[in-house]
Design a protein around this ligand. Structure first.
Ligand code: 26M
Length: 821
């Protein structure tokens, strides 16, 4: 080329090569003869990072100069997945980097596999936050994601003797080239102590919070680049440290131990992600984590706002703050504190600003998953906030008493404070009261919220309620995870669908094209072969890529009913045992997912899957026709390998329990056909793909409620269904557990005598539907058509669509295209 590209910003192959070589030398301090795989990974990562920084600086500059309205997304979790490949795709330089590597004698894919993913989330909620950050940037919306920089993310799962074993996730051990520590950006966060009350010179009542502990929050920024745009937004995660003055004081006083000890206490706050989802334990440290990141974030926003020369009174015009579940809901009280105690506003104005700032997304219908805090514990960590919540509640209850003509039952259900043997704070109520909008994450979920857990709120404030059906980013979940299918699609309809997923509709006519169907199934087969290879390598199990890949991957939970899948597998096994020559479609059942370490029944479900696998996989009568695999350590990296290989997507939660699900979308987008209940977003997926392309089974949410209210007796189903009885008796006999008849008793007892999640009620319907799946799979040509139509009709489930709706209907923010100078 006639001119030389800048080696930090250029996107050509030669420039990238030069940048990688330079970084190997100047960043890693290595030369090719002694460089390790990690050295090369780092050299490439820094080359990519330079290009990100150029766009990031341009974005921040533009936002500041033009004073745009900004979305602040508050989430305790971000399950980002590996950065390198995603950034290459969004920069549009995957091919070029591959070529540069090739010319340097390197295999890019092999280096990409080296990356340890930041597992800063449990599952759906954290992954949704990551998809939303991608879409916000792609739609060029000014946004900041705020969260916690956990030193240890979600634990690594290993399987030993069929049981889950947890190991710590030391994701930072080799350094993190994707973040920049902003040492200068830090805030002091108070904990504990007491509140002094005094009158100031004007006679105004003032509050002075004297803490027992002060912790420093330091900002760590990760740029989030949009797809083929210049927008790079910021994900700002807070790390807790000891304030300098603290250890310095004790140290000088000669108390070295106490200095070190206080440092440890401070650093503990952002040390580890709590691995529970949907079941909450009221731990002090968890409350400290929540307050820590929320206070840092709100102080940061106020700082940004004031530095732009704006008035505190206009805060809600500058920022809209989205609460990702109730985990950051303490923000309502914290903003009140900051506005009143720090910025001297009166109650009325502070409340006016606060209640115009927040919007709340609910992610659960399980009553036991609604967050509450023991009032005593809460007061000992956040004494000033307890006062504020009492006052918020006092004013609200006054108002509600008039509105509800003193309906005490309703008023006590709406109260921010629950009464029982001990008093507790209801975080969902704080979020509802303090927000101008409340939304569920799928149409059914949003309807059920209004009828069940948030019924009283809906009746009091119907105008606040909305629905925002979840979505997933097609960049990571198609372009990155499935480049082969991406190329096949783009070859027919161009690349527009990557940014406008509705364009997939143009694929529909190709379902009738035999050549296209062949190519479609060939891509699927190759992805199955690749997964089979990984399974062989990781588990030593042979699986046949010609068999149907039947996939159930998600967190392990009773309501998600992984054990219903096991009942199906054993039923099928028994059928073959009774008639070994029967004509059965060979199937590979693939499970993956983590159980919360303290959730005994979930751990037992993993053991059951593995025990059944051991028997089924090695039974000569089965002769390899069915295989059961539990793929360990389900995370974003592994999910990217699993989804593209799926023929069947299992979405079998009890109707009315799964808020939305997002794995259902990723699998369907990748051409898997869904076997599912009418739950969460399954309902909308079925509407879009067509009922003829969806395997529906089970009770509806209304029927579930009815069956329960009429006194559900699982035992009746057991005694009246011989196949079901045989399966349960077999598990109990020790057939799958070396004749140990006790291991699974806790599980089988809970099914026989309680069965909260109605497995037995749905069992026969599930078995019948699986027979239809089998029939459909026998006709591969028909299956191919269904699979293509399925993908073609998934346009709605892009997170770009979700984010556009949030922007238009809740946030009232607009796109700001960024220009590079
Ligand atoms: C709470 C308190 C203490 C420790 C941990 C938690 C906690 C963490 C994560 C509670 C719930 C958590 O996640 C819930 C979750 O992932 N919900 C899922 O959200 C998805 C995105 O909206 C939905 O698709 C799923 O249906 C829903 O289960």
């Amino acid at each position: 080329s006639p001119y030389l590209e800048d080696s930090r910003t250029g996107l050509g192959v030669d420039t990238l090569k030069r940048a990688i070589r330079n970084n190997l030398f100047y960043v890693q301090g290595k030369f090719p003869e002694i460089a390790t795989r990690n050295d090369y990974y780092m050299a490439i990562a820094y080359a990519v990072r330079d290009r990100l920084l150029q766009r990031w600086v341009a974005s921040v500059k533009q936002y500041i100069q033009e004073k745009h309205r900004v979305v602040a997304y508050l989430s305790a979790e971000y399950l980002l997945g590996p950065h390198l490949a995603n950034n290459l795709i969004n920069l549009g330089i995957y091919k070029e980097t591959e070529q540069a590597c090739k010319e340097l004698g390197l295999d890019l894919e092999w280096l990409i596999e080296k990356e340890v993913e930041p597992g800063l989330g449990n599952g759906g909620l954290g992954r949704l936050a990551a998809c939303y950050m991608d879409s916000l940037a792609t739609l060029e919306v000014p946004a900041i994601g705020y969260g916690i920089r956990y030193q240890f993310g979600i634990f690594e799962q290993d399987i030993r003797d069929g049981w889950q074993v947890e190991d710590t996730d030391n994701w930072l051990r080799r350094g993190n080239p994707w973040e920049i520590a902003r040492r200068e950006l830090s805030y002091d966060i108070k904990f504990g102590g007491y509140v002094q009350t005094y009158l100031d010179r004007a006679g105004k009542l003032c509050f002075n919070w004297i803490p027992e502990l002060v912790v420093k929050g330091v900002a760590y920024d990760t740029p989030i680049l949009g797809y083929k745009v210049n927008t790079a937004n910021t994900l700002r995660l807070w790390k807790s440290e000891a304030p300098h003055s603290f250890d310095f004081q004790s140290f000088n006083a000669g108390d070295y131990n106490s200095a070190v000890n206080s440092k440890i206490i401070c650093e503990n706050i952002s040390k580890v992600l709590y691995p529970n989802d949907e079941q909450i334990e009221g731990k002090r440290l968890r409350l400290q984590q929540q307050y820590f990141f929320v206070s840092c974030s709100l102080q940061d926003m106020i700082g940004i706002h004031l530095r732009q020369g704006e008035k505190i009174h206009d805060f809600h015009k500058k920022f809209v703050v989205q609460l990702n579940d109730t985990h950051p809901a303490i923000g309502v009280a914290e903003l009140m504190r900051l506005l009143m105690d720090v910025h001297q506003l009166e109650w009325e104005e502070a409340w006016d600003i606060t209640s115009k700032t927040f919007a709340y997304t609910n992610h659960t219908l399980l009553p036991e998953a609604l967050e509450t805090w023991d009032l005593q514990l809460f007061g000992s960590v956040l004494p000033r906030h307890l006062q504020l919540i009492y006052e918020i509640n006092r004013r609200f209850v006054d108002y509600a008493t008039i509105k509800l003509y003193g309906n005490h039952q309703k008023i006590s259900s709406l109260s921010l404070i629950g009464e029982g043997p001990r008093k507790y704070i209801k975080m969902a109520n704080l979020a509802c009261l303090g927000s101008f909008a409340i939304n569920g994450v799928a149409a059914l979920h949003s309807e059920l919220l209004k009828k069940t857990v948030l019924k009283d709120w809906y009746e009091l404030m119907p105008h606040k309620f909305q629905n925002k059906t979840n979505g997933v980013t097609p960049r990571r979940w198609m372009v990155l995870a499935n480049p082969e299918l991406t190329n096949l699609i783009s070859g027919k309809i161009g690349e527009g669908w990557i940014k406008n997923l509705h364009e997939l509709k143009q694929l529909e006519p190709f379902a009738d094209d035999p050549e296209f169907r062949k190519e479609w199934m060939q891509v699927k087969f190759n992805k199955k072969k690749a997964l089979a290879k990984r399974i062989k390598k990781r588990l030593g199990v042979d699986v046949d890529p010609n068999s149907m890949f039947d996939i159930l991957v998600k967190r392990i939970h009773e309501y998600k009913r992984q054990h219903l899948k096991v009942l199906h597998i054993i039923t099928l096994y028994n059928q073959i045992k009774k008639n070994p020559s029967m004509d059965v479609v060979p199937r590979t059942f693939i499970f993956a997912g983590k159980a919360a370490p303290g959730y005994r029944k979930a751990k037992l479900m993993i053991k059951l899957i593995n025990s059944v696998g051991e028997i089924v996989n090695n039974d000569p009568d089965i002769n390899g026709r069915i295989k059961v695999v539990f793929y360990p350590n389900y995370n974003v990296t592994n999910a990217q390998k699993i989804y593209p290989a799926a023929d069947v997507s299992e979405q079998i939660s009890t109707a009315g329990k799964e808020a939305s699900g997002t794995g259902n979308m990723k699998l369907s987008l990748n051409g898997a056909l869904t076997v599912g209940t009418l739950d969460g977003a399954n309902v909308e997926i079925r509407e879009c793909v067509g009922e003829e392309n969806f395997f529906l089974f089970g009770l509806t949410a209304d029927e579930v409620a009815k069956v329960k209210s009429e006194g559900y007796k699982p035992w009746d189903y057991y005694s009246e269904n011989p196949n079901l009885k045989e399966v349960i008796d077999q598990i109990n006999s020790g057939y799958f557990s070396h004749l140990d008849s006790k291991v699974f008793k806790e599980l089988t007892d809970s099914l026989l005598y309680d069965d909260q999640y109605l497995l037995f009620a749905d069992y026969q319907s599930y078995i019948d539907t699986q027979a239809k799946v089998e029939e459909a799979f026998k006709d591969q040509d028909k299956w191919a058509r269904m699979s293509i139509l399925n993908t073609a009709r998934m346009g709605k489930f892009s997170s770009d669509r979700s984010i556009r709706e949030y922007c238009d209907e809740i946030w009232k923010v607009e796109s700001v295209p960024v220009t590079l100078d």
